[in-house]
Design a binder for this molecule. Structure first.
Ligand code: GRF
Length: 202
């Protein structure tokens, strides 16, 4: 079961997925490619260290999002990628990728969606004063942090929490949850709304 991870940042989720694969926790899931628009991002070095191929692109070299997505799609099809896992990929996707990978593309977001979409979800939650926040894994449908929810984990915000302490706890929940959800896909079954759904391979 072939997985491509799209990421542009630190790559702590990417690393958690790589580590899970090494322990056999992805149940046959194999990370075959990292797709990134940030050549200097730490996640790129993590992929190189792990011996995972990297597909780098510079959006400014293309006349439209559709153009570079078409090139990414060709690469994914050539490698027979089954599942796209977004992990800190900071760009919206068009139908060029969303349609062929419908039901086979997921994202992780550091809040209980639909609350606090977009950037700095942790800061937004602190600012709002909510007492519970969490992590969501959802299908990607082309909107900003929209698409059916696959899994969520809640965590309490403590009175003494600040951006740094809360971000740290959220990240550790993400790093546990994301490999788990990816392993459901690799096993051909995903829980949606608490029910098992078998995954169609197209
Ligand atoms: C994570 O918080 C994820 O929820 C969000 O982007 C962040 C990526 O962090 N979509 P990292 O690069 O995996 O460390």
């Amino acid at each position: 079961y072939r997985i491509a991870v799209f990421a542009s940042g630190t790559g702590s989720n990417f690393q958690a997925l790589v580590d899970a694969q090494r322990r056999g926790a992805l149940h046959g899931g194999e990370i075959t490619l990292l797709v990134s628009d940030k050549p200097m991002a730490p996640v790129v070095q993590r992929a190189r260290d792990a011996g995972i191929d990297v597909f780098l692109f510079q959006p400014k070299d293309y006349s439209s999002r559709e153009d570079y997505e078409q090139e990414i799609l060709t690469e994914l099809e050539r490698r027979e990628v089954d599942l796209i896992v977004l992990a800190g990929y900071m760009r919206l996707l068009t139908s060029v990728l969303v349609e062929p990978y419908s039901g086979r593309m997921i994202n992780i977001h550091p809040s209980l969606l639909p609350a606090f979409v977009g950037k700095d979800a942790v800061g937004q939650a602190l600012q709002y004063g909510v007492k519970t926040t969490g992590v969501t894994v959802h299908y990607v449908d082309g909107g900003m942090d929209t698409g059916p929810v696959i899994a969520q984990r809640a965590l309490d915000i403590l009175p003494e929490d600040d951006q740094e302490s809360l971000t740290k706890r959220i990240h550790s929940v993400e790093q546990q949850l994301y490999p788990e959800v990816v392993s459901w896909f690799a096993q051909g079954q995903v829980r949606l709304n608490g029910r098992h759904v078998s995954l169609k391979r197209t």
